[in-house]
Design a protein around this ligand. Structure first.
Ligand code: DX5
Ligand code: ZN
Length: 224
C-alpha cells in the first residue's frame, strides 16, 4: 500500500488573533493543506481558546479543510454547533467522555470527518475498538493545552503501533505538538501523514518556505 499523502495543517493557536482572517488567507496562499483549529475549554485542558463563532468567522477566508480539534469535555453538546459553523473534520479526545463510540457516530451523522485523539499518557489500545468509526487518529506529541512545547520522543513508538493497528483501513494518522522540520521526518518515518504545526509556521518569517520545508522533511522521512 502506498503511503498516504503528507498533509500540513498549521495550528492557528500560534497565529496573531487580532489579524485572524489575514493569517488564514496567508497560510492558505502559502500552501497549507488543512487549517487546524484548537478548541480548549479550561476544564479538559488548562487553557481557553475559542468556540464555534470563531470557526464561523474563519470559514469565509479559506476553502481548505477546517480541522477542528476539540479539547473539551463534554464534547457531545457542541458537535452540531461546530458542524454548522463550517468544520470539515471534528476530532474528540478518547479521554474526554465515557461514550466515545457514540460521539464518533454523532460526528459522522453530521456529515463530518471523525477523528479521535489520544494524549501522550494514553495507550493506543484505548481506541482499538473505534477504528471503524474514524477517518483520523490524532497522536498527541505534547500534553495538550499550549503551543510551543517540545515534541515527546516516546511518541514515535506509539505512532508506529497505531499504524500497525490501523492496518489496511483508510485512516489518517495526525500528530500535534512540537512538530518542526526536524521532528517532521521522525513522525513521518513512524507512520504519521498529517502534521499539525503551530509555532513552527506562525513564528516563521516566511510561511510558504516553512510549510514547504516541513513537507519536504516529512516526505523524506516517509520514504526512509
Ligand atoms: C496543543 C494543540 C496544538 C498546538 C501545537 O494543545 O493541540 O495544536 O497548537 O502547537 P506547536 O506546533 O506550537 O507545538
Ligand atoms: Zn491541536
Amino acid at each position: 500500500m502506498p503511503p498516504r499523502p503528507i498533509l500540513i495543517a498549521p495550528s492557528i493557536l500560534a497565529a496573531d488573533f487580532a489579524r485572524l482572517g489575514e493569517e488564514i488567507r496567508a497560510i492558505d496562499a502559502a500552501g497549507c493543506d488543512w487549517v487546524h483549529i484548537d478548541v480548549m475549554d479550561g476544564h479538559f485542558v488548562p487553557n481557553i481558546t475559542f468556540g464555534p463563532a470563531v470557526v464561523a468567522a474563519i470559514r469565509p477566508h479559506t476553502n481548505k479543510m477546517l480541522d477542528v480539534h476539540l479539547m473539551i469535555a463534554p464534547a457531545d453538546p457542541f458537535l452540531e454547533a461546530f458542524a454548522t459553523a463550517g468544520a470539515d473534520g471534528i476530532t474528540v479526545h478518547a479521554e474526554a467522555g465515557p461514550h466515545l463510540d457514540r460521539t464518533l457516530q454523532a460526528i459522522r451523522a453530521l456529515g463530518k470527518r471523525a477523528g479521535v485523539a489520544i494524549n501522550p499518557g494514553t495507550s493506543e489500545t484505548a481506541i482499538e475498538h473505534v477504528l471503524d468509526r474514524v477517518d483520523l487518529v490524532l497522536v498527541m506529541t505534547v500534553n495538550p493545552g499550549f503551543g510551543g512545547q517540545a515534541y515527546i520522543p516516546a511518541m514515535g513508538e506509539k505512532i508506529a503501533r497505531v499504524k500497525r493497528m490501523i492496518g489496511a483501513r483508510k485512516i489518517d494518522i495526525q500528530v500535534d505538538g512540537g512538530v518542526t522540520r526536524e521532528t517532521a521526518a521522525v513522525v513521518a518515518a513512524a507512520g504519521a501523514n498529517v502534521l499539525v504545526a503551530g509555532a513552527a509556521v506562525f513564528k516563521a518569517k516566511d510561511y510558504a518556505v516553512t510549510i514547504a520545508a516541513i513537507r519536504t522533511a516529512a516526505v523524506a522521512g516517509q520514504g526512509a
